[in-house]
Design a protein around this ligand. Structure first.
Ligand SMILES: CC(C)(COP(=O)(O)OP(=O)(O)OC[C@H]1O[C@@H](n2cnc3c(N)ncnc32)[C@H](O)[C@@H]1OP(=O)(O)O)[C@@H](O)C(=O)NCCC(=O)NCCS
Length: 154
């Protein structure tokens, strides 16, 4: 599917998110999730006092943001050795199935690799079929951790 989009992809550059990208990322995330979270996205851009390595990357077509990805190396969380977490990824609906999501994920993996992590990890809702297909297509599969949750009023 991606081979037909090579020409379009050539115009897309992946790099660090810039301050002026944040409003477009807020809008794109709000389009995907139906919730606008400006404080959250600005906090990802300026992570005050963070000790863990974090990357916030965007796919640019000119000045237009057509995708973003947020990732971080986290150590010994839930007893796990350091691993690269993908916290969020999104591609503009009109720009999907052209390889941008793949390029964003690959770019994040290249940021993780020098840290020495051997595993990448993410969490998604079981009903998120497109995200599930995307991550499965990149070789990701169910891991050894299981999420447990309950109402706080249990
Ligand atoms: C998941 C997402 C990032 C994929 O971006 P994309 O640029 O379309 O991905 P790619 O073009 O690199 O696709 C790579 C592979 O993923 C799979 N895939 C992507 N979209 C798919 C879809 N709609 N249905 C089935 N498989 C799909 C395919 O296997 C595809 O490979 P192929 O094109 O060779 O068949 C994009 O659909 C998206 O932003 N979805 C919403 C994400 C979201 O909910 N984010 C908020 C919570 S983190």
């Amino acid at each position: 599917m991606n081979s037909g989009a090579i020409h379009k992809e050539d115009k897309i550059l992946i790099g660090d998110v810039r301050l002026e990208d944040i409003p477009q990322i807020i809008a794109l995330d709000a389009e995907i999730t139906k919730i606008s979270k400006p404080e959250l996205w600005y906090s990802y851009y300026a992570p005050a006092g963070r000790t863990q390595p974090r990357w916030f990357l965007a796919a640019h077509e000119g000045n237009r943001v057509v995708g973003y990805i947020l990732g971080e190396v986290r150590a010994w969380e839930f007893g796990s050795p350091p691993c690269g977490w993908i916290f969020a990824i999104g591609v503009l609906p009109g720009s999907r199935i052209g390889g941008i999501g793949t390029r964003l994920l690959d770019a994040m993996i290249e940021r993780f690799r020098p840290t020495g992590v051997k595993t990448i990890r993410t969490m998604l809702h079981i009903d998120e079929h497109v995200l599930m297909s995307f991550f499965r297509s990149r070789g990701m599969a169910a891991g050894p951790f299981v999420e447990l949750e309950a109402s706080i009023d249990l």
